[in-house]
Design a protein around this ligand. Structure first.
Ligand SMILES: Nc1ncnc2c1ncn2[C@@H]1O[C@H](COP(=O)(O)OP(=O)(O)OP(=O)(O)O)[C@@H](O)[C@H]1O
Ligand SMILES: Nc1ccn([C@@H]2O[C@H](COP(=O)(O)O)[C@@H](O)[C@H]2O)c(=O)n1
Length: 232
């Protein structure tokens, strides 16, 4: 008889904006044959929905209603929308993310992804899931087999975001990007529910002086040393 497929492994990656967690999460997922979920995209989807409707993302009631109404189909569409990646949408996401009912509405989607990761491109079964965000190791997947907290100085992160925005043809000024990043860091780490913070058992990875390859190598060494990942 064929043994049942083993439960998917989960890697939780948290950290502040532009620390490189998304880049790292995508690379780890590709290397391990895992599915990847950018959970920031979910909060951005709520923020963008409100902006498009001309509604204030700081209005807790409207934000909660928008989050509860989002279907998986809406999420897939919004995740592919270029406007999801703008700084205005990032700020809207940060505003809606302080609302407990918004976080609750998005929790099942994230936990379901971790428990039943979707098939990879080509239809291959994913052997696990990598989720990146702010509260994955602490709230969404506290039982994750590997947890990383990726960080970098705010100045380095603002430089990275500036380059990224300019690379996309956006007009951006370093001082504005730095200020937005500081505002978002403060709101994300000081909110009452699920604030940005490392899980007690997370591996702290400061990428301030690491390039993306070096960050990936360090993360892979950490993950492979975890008993659950032996042989992967
Ligand atoms: N170690 C690194 N060194 C230099 N640049 C990096 C590194 N990691 C990622 N980058 C670049 O920095 C930018 C931000 O990276 P990324 O999107 O992975 O960050 P993030 O933490 O997921 O941000 P956000 O939370 O805002 O989505 C991207 O342009 C990416 O290519
Ligand atoms: N698990 C998460 C992920 C994100 N947020 C909020 O969304 C904002 C945008 O996230 P990005 O990763 O795309 O930058 C972020 O600033 C947080 O406010 C969250 O609360 N929890």
């Amino acid at each position: 008889m064929t043994p049942p497929p083993s439960a998917p492994l989960v890697i939780a990656i948290d950290g502040p904006a532009a620390s490189g967690k998304g880049t790292l999460a995508r690379r780890l997922a590709a290397a391990l044959g895992f599915a990847h979920l950018d959970t920031g995209g979910l909060y951005r989807a709520v923020g963008l929905t409100l902006r498009r409707a001309g509604q204030d993302p700081a209005d807790a009631g409207l934000a909660a209603r928008a989050a509860a109404a989002l279907t998986p189909g809406d999420i897939a569409g919004l995740m592919a929308d270029p406007e999801l990646r703008t700084e205005a949408t990032a700020q809207a996401a940060s505003l809606v993310s302080v609302v407990p009912a918004v976080r609750q509405a998005l929790l099942d989607f994230q936990r379901d992804f971790a428990a039943r990761p979707p098939a990879l491109a080509g239809g291959t079964r994913a052997r696990g899931a990598v989720l990146d965000g702010r509260d994955i190791g602490t709230v969404v997947c506290p039982g994750a087999q590997a947890k990383l907290y990726v960080t970098a100085t705010v100045e380095v992160r603002a430089e990275r975001r500036l380059k990224e925005l300019q690379g996309r043809g956006a007009v951006a000024i370093y001082a504005d990007v730095l200020k937005d990043m500081k505002d978002r860091d403060a709101r994300d780490s000081q909110r009452a529910v699920a604030p940005l913070k490392p899980a007690a058992d997370a591996y702290l990875l400061d990428t301030s002086s690491l390039d993306a390859d070096q960050a990936f190598d360090a993360a892979m060494t950490f993950v492979r040393a975890k008993p659950a990942f032996n042989g992967r």
